[in-house]
Design a protein. Sequence first.
Length: 235
Amino acid sequence: MRSLRRTLSLFALLSTLALSSCSSLETIEFPPLPDAQAAPTPSTAEQLDIYAESLELLNEVTVKGRAPKTGYDRAEFGKGWKDPDRNGCDARNDILSRDLVDVTYKPATRPCVVLSGTFDDPYTGKTIEFKRGQGTSTSVQIDHVVALSDSWQKGAQRWDAETRLEFANDPLNLLASDGPTNASKGDKDASSWLPPNKSFRCTYVSRQTQVKAKYDVWMTKAEHTAIGNILKSCI
């Protein structure tokens, strides 16, 4: 439990930094994403520590069967994107600001609405030139690393509205992604869907474990086994 508290404290700090403001997000530097076509690069010591912490957390995640999807509706997690940190930007624009480079914004006193940018998609490894507009915005979507429907079937039915809204807008649970790839994922868990970019899978299942541990979302036995096998191969 000491490891769990230490790790979740780190997650809370990362989440606070990630959504502090749109302008401050421009100054945060993130490491380059792996190339899906290249050989996997060696993990850094910091990444190895994160994978090891996630493997510890995995042992504390409840394992049981998936509950019925009865009653699920996206609106149960809030209608559309919210601004829970009250920085003036909704979660979608915050994540676009965080995950894209060479970002341009709609003219305003506070930079917020992302108009364009270059996106290195972690799920496929390809580069996407994002441009806001009808017919183009959907090329880059914001994925819930742990899908809302998946969480609903594994504990979220019992949450209050405030917790579900926090979960749906938590930067720990959000990643910009290639639109069609996000659609192919749907609400699948790690036992039935993983990113096509194999070099990103360690990071992906590590993040899923972090999110589920933070919100006490359970896993099925197949999911728990799949994530455990991947994490063990990462460290």
